[in-house]
Write a protein of this length. Structure first.
Length: 296
């Protein structure tokens, strides 16, 4: 049994913490929301009051927060983990961030004697809970050695993409390019069907059994059919992630016309008041359609 820290108990982080607990580790958890850590610890584990408390107790700390700003806060802010992590400990960063920021973070932690894994994740809350998600990892061999068995406890697929930080985050934003474009295209297709008077359930049945299907169409348009916009991944996540995609491409003057359009669609949905709704709510930007109602 090892003392492993998980900071951030959202849709993905809570599932990852549960997977580690199932694997027999003593999981120390922390979350900004009052009561979230205590609720997890009721079934086993240790609730910590701050990231510093997690860092003091654990030789591996896994961060599953929203973005680079929150990662900075849990590491270097008041009661941050970096001040308490022992030399040779590993910080595993699972957020979607600017690859250049991740590369710089490795150097900053290295100066403190802390190892680093650039390890974004994908697969959704259900796969995180079952230990079947995907991890895109990059870091020094010593960091991987310290995390032996831990990554596999959380993920069915662990890809090692390099011996320095950066490639994990680069591959993740490319994945997010595709995910965002696919959701936007799925919403556009369903919206056109509704505009043309096609029954939404029938359209869903046909498309999910035809060549035009995608994983995102099948998954996200099911939310639309149920009129359930409870955020598993919110509209503003893709405002952020596609923004990172475009920032990366802009730096090398690389054109991304589809990603740019999808980003504008999520921006429009966000400013229209749907920022915190499920990302399938991007369909609400289309005029002149009647969306399915709950209970139908």
């Amino acid at each position: 049994m090892s003392n492993i820290g998980v900071i951030g108990l959202g849709a993905m982080g809570s599932g990852m913490a549960k997977s580690l607990r199932r694997a027999g580790h003593a999981v120390h958890v922390c979350d900004a929301r009052p009561g979230a850590a205590e609720a997890f610890a009721k079934d086993g584990g240790v609730a910590c009051a701050s990231p510093a408390e997690v860092g003091k107790s654990c030789h591996v700390v896994i961060s599953v927060v929203v973005n680079a700003q929150q990662t900075e806060e849990i590491l270097f802010g008041p009661n941050g983990a970096a001040s308490e992590l022992a030399g040779g400990s590993v910080f595993v960063m699972c957020s979607t961030v600017d690859p250049n920021w991740s590369i710089a973070l490795e150097s900053r932690l290295e100066a403190l004697g802390i190892l680093y894994l650039d390890a974004p994740i994908s697969g959704g809350a259900a796969k995180a809970a079952s230990g079947d998600m995907t991890m895109m990892t990059a870091g020094k061999p010593a960091a991987f050695e310290r995390c032996e068995g831990l990554l596999e406890a959380m993920a069915a697929k662990v890809y090692r993409l390099g011996d320095r930080a950066g490639n994990g985050s680069k591959v993740k934003i490319i994945n997010q390019l595709l995910a965002g474009v696919h959701i936007a295209a799925a919403a556009e297709a369903m919206a056109l069907g509704l505009r043309e008077g096609v029954d939404a359930a029938s359209l869903y049945e046909v498309i999910t059994n035809s060549a035009g299907n995608s994983w995102m169409f099948k998954n996200r348009m099911a939310h639309v059919l149920k009129a359930d916009y409870t955020p598993l991944s919110a509209v503003d996540i893709f405002v952020k992630d596609l923004g990172l995609v475009l920032d990366t491409a802009r730096a090398s003057k690389f054109p991304l016309p589809l990603a740019s359009t999808a980003h504008q669609m999520f921006m429009q949905a966000s400013t229209a008041g749907f920022a915190k709704e499920d990302d399938s709510a991007v369909i609400k930007i289309f005029p002149g359609i009647e969306l399915p109602k709950a209970g139908r």
